[in-house]
Design a protein around this ligand. Structure first.
Ligand code: BES
Ligand code: ZN
Ligand code: MG
Length: 498
């Protein structure tokens, strides 16, 4: 269950627990020292007893002997003088949540911005945001909810509660976007299919002032989106192309476009995947899920820019009507593709979605998100998403937001060399790389590039990061919502400031 609320106070709540910080050299942060003085050295005595290291994000808790405080939670702040980034502030809040969630119903985080070398305006808000992100959990289908969780309210101590509150309002709306992404990525494929996801997009966003257009199979046939339609043809679920418009900017201003791969289930098609782990392919719509959550965050915060979100929704299934290996399709761009492997379907779907987006909306920037290749997990593990771009400046801007926010990306090359791998004898290109070329994630990106003209474009391969099988600092096991905060920050930093 998500915590009920985050508040900002200049006095700790009575009958709650309190979180304080301790540095690696054993010294106490400002508020910790105050409590220590007031309560008969209770903190220094206990850290000594516990031999607490103060290492960054280590934590322990002890029961308080004082009437007004239930428990103390002690968090390691690392080296004295360390400057905390937004990412580390989120981690700090999340660490407190994790340490306290089973102990008490309410906690006050008494770690001052000054102790973290951060600004008093945003520091408390980011700490609260981290706790909020960590408290989300997908328990919809569990008859017995996790009864061990007690924590319901988190407060952050600050000398300027109103300012922190204002900053938090924006972050809270980003969290709502992240939670929407996590929810649709977590839902199984019998619940999330093209039509139902399109419906969710409409229900979630129309009321926020987002114009939601839904193209069906007939519309896409007219547009000659045969690469996308070929993937969908084996499924009894009709494909949908959802177009989300947020018009917060001047009507003459070109939009920034986001395109998401939305394969609601990827069985592999006739090139069927092995059974082990196939269930994970319910998450193959995470790119579209991210676009959906991002648009929600943008609309809730009423960003003064124009944004287009395109969700390309299909189900990849084997059947008597399914596409066969060896089939040749003519994409909307006019280029022909030999489908040598029906499991390399994401690039087929994106080929038409990218072409449609750039020709219809002439965006100033186009960014796609996709669980495109297993090879990206081999290259970058679960730590980084793969970033590809035809523009260095755009790539740098995405990397800058990525470092601040802590949703990590690593840039990989796009070069002509890899074109050799996808040239086909029988058509303009083939959808899998030749064995001699390798570099599966790059070949896939190079394939997408053939459907991008003169627009600044980036492709983010999120196959390794959209879900996690370990409990992470700011996210419980399951869908992460990767990309929502990153791209929101990218928009906010680069397009909303004059
Ligand atoms: N949806 C998969 C990629 C994927 C793999 C996402 C693992 C998340 C985890 C994609 O459609 C796919 O099947 N790609 C193939 C491409 C290959 C046939 C060239 C792959 O990566 O094996
Ligand atoms: Zn796929
Ligand atoms: Mg596939």
């Amino acid at each position: 269950m998500v915590i009920k609320g985050v508040s900002f106070l200049n006095e700790p709540k009575a009958n709650s627990s309190i979180a304080v910080g301790v540095y690696a050299d054993g010294s106490l942060s400002k508020n910790a020292a105050n409590f220590d003085l007031k309560f008969n050295s209770i903190i220094s005595k206990n850290i000594k007893k516990a031999q607490f290291s103060g290492k960054l994000f280590d934590s322990f808790s002890f029961v308080s002997t004082e009437d007004t405080v239930n428990r103390f939670v002690v968090i390691g702040l690392g080296e004295v003088g360390k400057k905390f980034t937004e990412f580390e502030l989120k981690k700090l809040g999340a660490t407190v949540y994790t340490c306290a969630s089973k102990l008490d119903s309410s906690i006050t985080i008494a770690i001052d911005a000054e102790d973290l070398n951060t600004s008093y305006e945003s520091s408390p808000a980011y700490i609260g945001f981290g706790a909020l992100l960590k408290s989300w959990d997908f328990d919809k289908y569990k008859s017995s909810k996790n009864k061990d969780i007690k924590l319901q309210s988190v407060s952050v101590l600050t000398s300027a509660p109103q300012i922190a509150e204002n900053c938090f309002l924006e972050l809270q709306k980003i969290a709502e976007g992240i939670f929407l992404t996590r929810t649709v990525v977590s839902e199984p494929a019998n619940v999330i299919y093209p039509e139902s996801l399109a419906e969710i997009a409409k229900n979630e966003l129309s009321s926020l002032g987002v114009k939601v257009d839904i193209l069906n199979q007939t519309d896409m046939k007219k547009l000659e989106m045969n690469a996308l339609l070929g993937v969908a043809q084996g499924s009894s679920n009709e494909p949908k192309l959802v177009v989300l418009h947020w018009n917060g900017g001047n009507s003459s201003e070109k939009p920034i476009a986001f395109v998401g791969k939305g394969v609601t289930f990827d069985s592999g098609g006739i090139s069927l995947k092995p059974g082990d782990g196939m269930h994970e392919m319910r998450c193959d719509m995470a790119g579209s899920g991210t676009v959906l959550g991002l648009l929600k965050a943008v609309a809730l915060n009423k960003l003064p820019i124009n944004v287009v979100g395109v969700m390309a929704l299909v189900e990849n299934m084997p059947s008597g009507t399914a596409q066969r290996p060896g089939d040749i399709v003519k994409s909307m761009s006019g280029q022909t593709i030999e489908v040598l492997n029906t499991d390399a379907e994401g690039r087929l779907v994106l080929a038409d979605a990218l072409w449609y987006t750039q020709s219809k909306f002439s965006p100033k920037v186009m960014i796609d998100l996709a669980t495109l290749t297993g090879a990206i997990v081999v290259a970058l593990g679960h730590e980084f998403a793969g970033l590809f771009s035809n523009n260095d400046d755009l790539a740098d801007k995405i990397i800058e937001s990525s470092i601040k926010i802590g949703e990590k990306v690593w840039r990989l090359p796009l070069t002509k060399h890899f074109d050799k791998g996808i040239d086909s004898d029988r058509a303009d290109m083939q959808n899998i790389g030749k064995p001699s070329v390798r570099g599966g994630s790059i070949t896939a990106a190079q394939f997408l590039k053939r459907f991008v003209n003169n627009v600044d474009w980036a492709h983010i391969d999120i196959a390794g990061v959209e879900s996690t099988s370990d409990d992470l600092f700011i996210c419980a096991k399951g869908a992460t919502g990767f990309g929502v905060h990153l791209l929101y920050h990218f928009l906010r930093e680069n397009y909303t400031k004059l």
